[in-house]
Design a protein around this ligand. Structure first.
Ligand code: HEM
Length: 426
């Protein structure tokens, strides 16, 4: 096969399939060959240019005029006619939010909406996060065995997200199902039958978001980021537009909770599979923030992000034509030995872990990164204190097949409740 730039496609590039096998198990490992030999390649199966090295990806993030983020939330698998009909029936109109908006509209909007993310504003949420984690821990602490994803890692970040946004904490189970549908719809490769089912979920999520938004618009201004947006929409409707409000309402619920839930599950998996490192955190909780950051580098929850070339351009010596779609595998960049020494190693003392690209980079860099970090830190603080003897069970991990959001669907752990420090102390 030949790439759109006329160059031949290598056999490995031709075989690359992000929806099964090695990439789903470990995207960084699956692209080791690319980092080493062919750092920019065209994937005929995906129809994207795949970029795997740190410097190349950072350069793309840095130039969001040449590399537009407009396709960041596009369906990576084009919808079937049947799925489109379902979405139409729900009047589905998801469009630009922040993450997929071009300049100058993006910066004008982002600047209006920064207040909720000041360090003081975020710190005000910390007691709520801790209370939620403690309540959920109370419920399992005497049990001796639990799936932490089912018991805590979904529900706490979802509750925090809704609280942060000011959205009523209702229909949590339904929201979780909606999120899975949205992820598959945006970053997955559902079969034709699945497409229709997923479209139903996405369509209902769209309607639901619209209803919640309407309810919030009708009542007096409450606390939360969505209320800030509603207010800005009244003051500056050309900057914070109507469609933005509805699209954001749907996108942000996923952006704020699924990312953090998966990142926490990845971090616990990695730390618990290294008992000596876990023991170090239990002995010295001051190491927790650095450990969380290293986990975000080593096993981030967002592993790939997209851009589209707005003109003919070269990336890492390869010419990509205007209109070329690009998949930046940030999980691979985070394992680039040119930037991270011994990248395969989880090293909680690494001094440049924070350079990882799991939150993106540049003018679109994740606005919620410090909220996500705070949640991971509090989870780790509470668990290392109350269940230092936690052990990871032998298990096979499964993942929702998609290009971008990654974390185990379940995480089984066990411990001896008789050894709980709070029992011994009382
Ligand atoms: C953007 C990852 C948590 C809100 C992004 C981007 C990534 C990302 C990769 C795109 C960056 C780019 O294009 O350069 C993550 C991860 C999280 C997390 C890994 C958790 C560990 C959150 C939370 C919130 C949030 C908790 C909200 C409270 C946003 C927003 C944007 C964004 C609003 C769009 C920013 C813009 O385009 O200007 N995030 N995120 N994220 N994230 Fe997060």
């Amino acid at each position: 096969p030949t790439a759109p730039n006329g160059c031949p496609v290598s056999p490995r590039a031709a075989a690359f399939d992000p929806f099964d096998g090695p990439y789903q198990l470990d995207p960084a490992e699956a692209l080791r060959w690319s980092r080493e030999q062919e750092p920019v390649f065209y994937s005929p199966k995906l129809g994207y240019w795949v970029v795997s090295r740190y410097d190349d990806i950072k350069a793309i993030f840095r130039d969001n005029l040449t590399f537009s983020p407009s396709i960041a939330l596009e369906k990576i698998t084009p919808a079937s006619d049947a799925a489109l009909a379902v979405l139409q029936r729900y009047d589905y109109g998801m469009n630009r939010t922040l993450v997929n908006e071009d300049e100058p509209a993006h910066m004008a909007r982002r600047r209006e909406l920064l207040e909720a993310f000041t360090p003081e504003a975020l710190e005000a949420h910390a007691p709520m996060v801790r209370r939620l984690v403690r309540e959920k821990l109370d419920a399992i602490v005497d049990r001796g065995r639990a799936d932490l994803v089912a018991e805590l890692f979904w529900e706490v970040p979802l509750t925090v997200a809704l609280h942060f946004l000011g959205v009523p904490e209702e229909d949590m189970e339904q929201l979780r199902r909606f999120s899975v549908a949205h992820t598959l719809n945006t970053w997955g490769r559902p079969s034709p039958e699945q497409q229709v089912e997923v479209a139903e979920g996405v369509g209902r999520f769209w309607q639901y978001s619209g209803q919640v938004l309407k309810k919030m618009q009708e009542q007096p201004r409450g606390h939360g980021w969505m209320y800030d947006m509603i207010e800005k929409n009244r003051q500056k409707p050309d900057v914070v537009t109507d469609n933005y409000l509805h699209s954001m309402m749907m996108a942000i619920i996923v952006a704020a909770h699924e990312t953090t839930a998966l990142a926490t599950a990845n971090a616990f998996r990695q730390l618990l599979s290294r008992p000596a490192v876990w023991a170090e955190l239990c002995d010295n909780p001051a190491l927790i923030p650095a450990a969380a950051e290293e986990c975000l580098r080593h096993s981030g929850s967002v592993v790939a992000w997209r851009r589209i070339a707005t003109r003919d351009v070269e990336v890492g010596g390869v010419s990509i034509p205007e209109g070329g779609k690009i998949l930046m595998v940030t999980a691979s960049a985070n394992y680039d030995p040119a930037h991270f020494e011994n990248p395969d190693e989880l090293d909680i003392y690494r001094d440049n872990a924070v350079d990882h690209l799991t939150f993106g980079y540049g003018s679109h860099q994740c606005m919620g990164k410090n909220l996500g970090r705070m949640e991971m830190r509090i989870f780790l603080e509470e668990f290392t204190r109350r269940l230092p003897h936690l052990e990871l069970e032998e298990q096979e991990f499964t993942f929702l097949p998609n290009t971008s959001f990654r974390g185990p669907e379940a995480l089984w752990v066990c411990w001896d409740p008789a050894q709980n420090p709070e029992r011994r102390d009382s």
